[in-house]
Design a protein around this ligand. Sequence first.
Ligand SMILES: Nc1nc2c(c(=O)[nH]1)N[C@H]1C(S)=C(S)[C@@H](COP(=O)(O)OP(=O)(O)OC[C@H]3O[C@@H](n4cnc5c(=O)[nH]c(N)nc54)[C@H](O)[C@@H]3O)O[C@H]1N2
Ligand SMILES: Nc1nc2c(c(=O)[nH]1)N[C@H]1C(S)=C(S)[C@@H](COP(=O)(O)OP(=O)(O)OC[C@H]3O[C@@H](n4cnc5c(=O)[nH]c(N)nc54)[C@H](O)[C@@H]3O)O[C@H]1N2
Ligand code: SF4
Ligand SMILES: [Mo]
Length: 741
Amino acid sequence: MCCSSLWIRCCLEGVSTREVPTYCRICEPLCGLIATVEDGKLVRLRADKDHPLSRGNACPKGIAFTEIQNDPDRVLYPLRRTASGELQRVSWDTALDEIGERLRGLIAEHGIESLGWYFGNPSSFSYSHTLWMVGFQLAAGLKHVYSAGSQDINNRFVASDLLYGSATSVPVPDLDRTDFLLMLGANPLVSHGSAMSVPRVRDKLTGITKRGGRVVVVDPRNTETAKLFEHVGIRPDGDAWLLAALLQVLFEEDLQDAQALRRQASGVRELRSAVARFTPEVTAEITGLDPDLVRTLARDLARADSAAVYGRTGTCLGRHATLVAFLVDALALVTGNLDKPGGSVFGKELVAVSELSARLGFAGYARNHSRVGGFPDVLGTFPAAIMAKEITTPGPGRLRALFTSAGNPVSSVPNGRELAAALPELDLFVSIDLYVNDTNRIADYILPATTFLERDDIPLPFAALSPTPYTQYTERVVEPYGEAREEWQIIDAIATRIGVQPFAVGPARPVGRLLSTLRRRVPALASARPTPTLLADLALRTGPYGDRFGLRRNGISLSKLRRHPHGIVLSEAIATGVLRNVVRHKGNRVNLAPDEIITELRTLTARPADPTYPLRVIGLRELKSHNSWMHNVEPLMRGNREHAARINPKDAAVAGISDGDRCRVTSTHGSIEVTARLTDDLIAGTIAVPHGWGHQGGWQRANAAGGANVNDLMSTDLADVERLAGMSNLNGIPVRLDPVR
Ligand SMILES: Nc1nc2c(c(=O)[nH]1)N[C@H]1C(S)=C(S)[C@@H](COP(=O)(O)OP(=O)(O)OC[C@H]3O[C@@H](n4cnc5c(=O)[nH]c(N)nc54)[C@H](O)[C@@H]3O)O[C@H]1N2
Ligand SMILES: Nc1nc2c(c(=O)[nH]1)N[C@H]1C(S)=C(S)[C@@H](COP(=O)(O)OP(=O)(O)OC[C@H]3O[C@@H](n4cnc5c(=O)[nH]c(N)nc54)[C@H](O)[C@@H]3O)O[C@H]1N2
Ligand code: SF4
Ligand SMILES: [Mo]
């Protein structure tokens, strides 16, 4: 029920129309939206002028979500594969009972370790999905857990684990106060910002230059963001060398902030000695950057009153992703900008996840190792790049039953063809999704999930990533269409059928222990069965901003948030001077010289050039695409959009390709055909191809849009998976370009 909704008009000629404030959950700014609902159907979305931070701003994707909500291609009923291979509607009870029976059989024969789960990007935008996923994983002892994180951000968590002893502590650039933003591998004008939750990010960035500050964008492409500010055209995967060179210059020229180093860090001498060989001259070939430019950049960064260093997916999908994320923060620290106003700062969590996981030990690094390849887990997940091999490699612990929720890994992980070929070897494949997508089209069951407008929500992980901390609770805006169900309910129903209770109260499991403790403190809760709303309220009220059940007067609770349906700002800025509480290493000092990193620096070598594959391919995000799942939306696909590689005219000329031609991109692992679009935006030697195209699901317009899966070019060879965090290598892959005759 939408009890917090604003009833604007009611019963107008028998039609009931409501306008309901909510927020968008497609990407990280979480822009405020107003939904117009007529007779239980969504008719329109518009930007919410009363949202305290997005203030009437939303992008075309958010507005166009109406088309997804009402898409006739959506899956609204449970589907089961018949013997003849068709998908057929079945009842929820039939689907769940059959899945339960097959799982019990598998577990009896092969143990719980034969069961696995992949959760995709949209799961991060649903607190209840994430919560029940984690609860189920912990209660069942699931090992085969994979996520979009190994194609996105797990390197960042590992870097934080090494630096701070706290994987979930990720600094954000203090955009409102900084004088200098050094941004690597991010294009927030299109992506709207990631690992930072910043509505109106364009205004925040131009605010820096309007104050007289600088924004420097390090990227092989002169992006939409770079064009507004200063562009440094680095070669793909050159970031480790650039960052090491910047540190080398700082140390050599005595520009480091000695006081900050003394106060905050350990391992300074080792780091200094490990970067000594990376002079701007030595690294120039690999970075493609003029040594003078690098020296000047180091000096400017050191001399700025305040500076923040920020890296995003462009720095996460290369071959040295963990090292790069590590050096990003090291650079902030060495210049005295870590945990300082205008620098790289640590937001306060809405729920004390970092503290809880340190105390209860549930979200860490390298507690387990994968069966195939021996990769360390990152927050309980293994690299998705090895999922296909975990299915096809015989032996104990083989992955035999896979669930995917809110994910399309055939499209999003490297070597999608290998995964697509492995999936039929599973004994059971179940997907929870809005669509028949490129992955679940061969699933045994597809279970219909609610959209974000059909469930209540609170963006738990994002408050700590917002330079202006804020939050918002939303009720569901419409009742679920058809028979769609919330993921947590589906997870709960499946868990129950194999005798697992995600949030069983009891001493055996960390979450259960925590819950028991909370229930002892709050007797009223003792009898209630845990629901996501109940748990979120508990976590919120006992969390850093919480009302402590009345002990803290201005604290928050869900009922308080319900009284602010447009969202509330929790504080004007992120508090600084908190590093000692963030860092969990002995002595509360940031470790600048963990063995893993020093070894990486000592052994760092460039990928040898291969004349057969003279170019490098990188990714590119477009304003009207969202990973793989918004290509069925008519307003976003207008103007005959097509899947195109962006190519520098010099490289095109060498390959004999003109603008608009069809061309073939080939790597050692695969080959795709796309349209060539020539542009000087790319540095020579680099081409950019968007991911998430080449559809063959149940989304008809998306299928018709054509294109190819760029991840067919990518490798899942164990040697190509980044060792420290299991990151997929999706940027900087050597390729060849040929005309298609
Ligand atoms: N080459 C290359 N590959 C990349 C990247 C890149 O930059 N380059 N980027 C990587 C990154 S950062 C990411 S995050 C991944 C994304 O990888 P994935 O998460 O695997 O894929 P998505 O394309 O986001 O697909 C999301 C799926 O969730 C469904 N969905 C949407 N909303 C909901 C919901 O509320 N509930 C449920 N149950 N389902 C829902 C959609 O229909 C879709 O099928 O791709 C990665 N792959
Ligand atoms: N419109 C739109 N918005 C999105 C998404 C989307 O698909 N479409 N996806 C969402 C998701 S899941 C995420 S994780 C975020 C990602 O958010 P961002 O990371 O800001 O998004 P990208 O546009 O992929 O930016 C990566 C940049 O890195 C550059 N790059 C590639 N290789 C290298 C390299 O080796 N070094 C350096 N320095 N740069 C490199 C690319 O040219 C690109 O400009 O965006 C989110 N927002
Ligand atoms: S920027 Fe992201 S959160 Fe905001 S409306 Fe667009 S898709 Fe939604
Ligand atoms: Mo992502």
